[in-house]
Ligand binder design. Structure first.
Ligand code: ADP
Ligand code: MG
Ligand code: MG
Ligand code: MG
Ligand code: MG
Length: 442
């Protein structure tokens, strides 16, 4: 919805909003915000709210720290879980330099740049995420655990599913914020849930993912539970993914659909998928950003490990779900919900557009369960692997110019430096597994 400054001033007054949270996201995907009182709204709408970028991870150096928040007026929303008296609203913002230019380290800006590239080619990019998460108990001191008393499995319902009422509350709150919830269900692992909301233009989709995560965490906490988007919180159980469904529209029509094709997909869709496969190793550090992300990407849990595509096979990295017509879409199954959604959608789009520009051709479809392939079979059929560690993914990123160009030099450098520190910190730990395995035997 297009809102004017006047609309927002009127809404704030009519709805009794007393605080406005000016939100943005750092390069590692953390939401940041500064709350202002309603008196400051005029200043905020003029883009005069300042932040100290040197205190935000991956933003800027001390010498050039003043940055300005430019609210995107269409993102105005009241946070329904906050008190009804003295209500709280939010505005999602773009980050600008003092010279009035967009800040190159702002992830939302990175996505906008790729969307502009797509629109110059005549395309609108739509994305629909499937965000999984766990609801865990807190201990006697209110501290988060990775325990749950929930015993439910895929699509189970209450009373087995103890998270059900919390999940319901999350859905209701999101609907109040204008989300169209398509489905919500218990997932495979104990304590694991999925809520699917309707796909949207990619910028809105990324904003929605940030809002979704905040709502889930907040409402879980209000119910005495801890929500986590950590990709693999319990060894031996399924991890949490965030499948990303994508499509390109041209003149209001789904450009991935081709009625005359035996599979019902267009040549454009094939190039797009080929582009994803060509750059997925290079962008895995973005879609799977944590040391822990790689504990999810192992065989046996419907999480992908190999670079294969298929129409139906859920062990493949890229799947083409059954619906056709305007619902024709490509599903990338590797991303996890710890990723920065702006950067994730930007690199996926950049990869797909590169496939289109270079007219990359698609390797053969793999309809068998790839987990069951022997190393020799994988080799014979030219099936490559996703990086197995964050370290490997960072190395692959340094070798992919298309992905680096999409991120820009500033974010590429800051991201790699930050993530290398994370990897080094992890590398020097001694884990329980190592103690169990080696302490006695050696
Ligand atoms: P799955 O079968 O993988 O579990 P879901 O039904 O959970 O899939 O989720 C499908 C997602 O795809 C939803 O978010 C939906 O809105 C989205 N979607 C539907 N059509 C399109 C489209 N044309 N482009 C992008 N996303 C789409
Ligand atoms: Mg799903
Ligand atoms: Mg589904
Ligand atoms: Mg799922
Ligand atoms: Mg899916």
């Amino acid at each position: 919805v297009a809102l004017t400054k006047e609309d927002i001033i009127r809404l704030v007054d009519e709805e009794g909003v007393q605080f406005i949270r000016m939100q943005f996201t750092d390069i590692f995907g953390q939401m940041k915000n500064v709350a202002i009182t309603a008196d400051q709204l005029g200043k905020a709408l003029r883009g005069e709210i300042m932040i100290d970028g040197s205190s935000i991870e991956g933003f800027v150096r001390i010498e050039e720290s003043d940055q300005y928040l430019h609210p995107d007026l269409s993102t105005f929303a009241i946070l329904p879980w906050r008190p009804q008296y003295g209500r709280v609203a939010r505005l999602i913002c773009d980050v600008y330099n003092p010279d009035g230019l967009p800040f190159v380290g702002d992830p939302r800006q990175v996505l906008k740049t790729q969307l502009k590239r797509a629109s110059d080619m005549g395309f609108t990019f739509y994305a629909g995420p499937e965000c999984e998460f766990f609801l865990f108990q807190t201990d006697d001191h209110g501290k988060p655990t990775n325990q749950t008393t929930d015993n439910a499995g895929y699509f189970d319902l209450g009373p087995l599913d103890q998270g059900e009422s919390t999940r319901r509350e999350i859905c209701l709150n999101l609907e109040e914020m204008g989300f169209e919830i398509e489905a919500s269900h218990h997932e495979v692992a104990k304590g694991q849930h999925e809520i699917d909301f309707k796909y949207a233009e990619a910028l809105t989709a990324a904003d929605n993912i940030m809002t979704f995560k905040l709502a889930v965490k907040t409402i879980a906490q209000m119910n005495g539970l801890h929500a986590t988007f950590m990709p693999k919180p319990v060894a031996g159980e399924a991890g949490s993914g965030m499948h990303v469904n994508m499509s390109l529209f041209h003149d209001g029509k789904n450009a991935f659909y081709d009625e005359s094709d035996p599979m019902g997909i267009s040549q454009l869709a094939r190039h797009f998928i080929a582009g994803l496969l060509a750059h997925v190793q290079g962008f895995t550090a973005i879609t799977n950003p944590l040391v822990n992300s790689y504990k999810r990407l192992v065989p046996g849990y419907e999480a992908p490990c190999y670079l294969a595509w298929s129409a139906g096979n859920r062990s493949a990295l890229v799947r083409i779900p059954t619906p056709r017509g305007n619902a024709t879409r490509v599903e990338l199954r590797s991303p996890d919900p710890a990723c920065n959604p702006y950067l994730t959608l930007a690199v996926c789009l950049a990869a797909g557009l590169d496939g289109i520009e270079q007219q990359l051709s698609l390797p053969e479809e793999i309809n068998e369960n790839v987990y069951s392939f022997t190393p020799q079979q994988l080799k014979d059929r030219h099936i490559d692997k996703l990086p197995a560690t964050l370290d490997g993914a960072l190395t692959a990123l340094t070798q992919d110019q298309v992905v680096q160009d999409a991120l820009g030099t500033h974010i590429t450098e800051q991201y790699i430096a930050g993530k290398r520190r994370e990897w080094e910190a992890y590398r020097s730990q001694v884990s329980q597994w190592e103690l169990d395995q080696y302490l006695v035997s050696f």
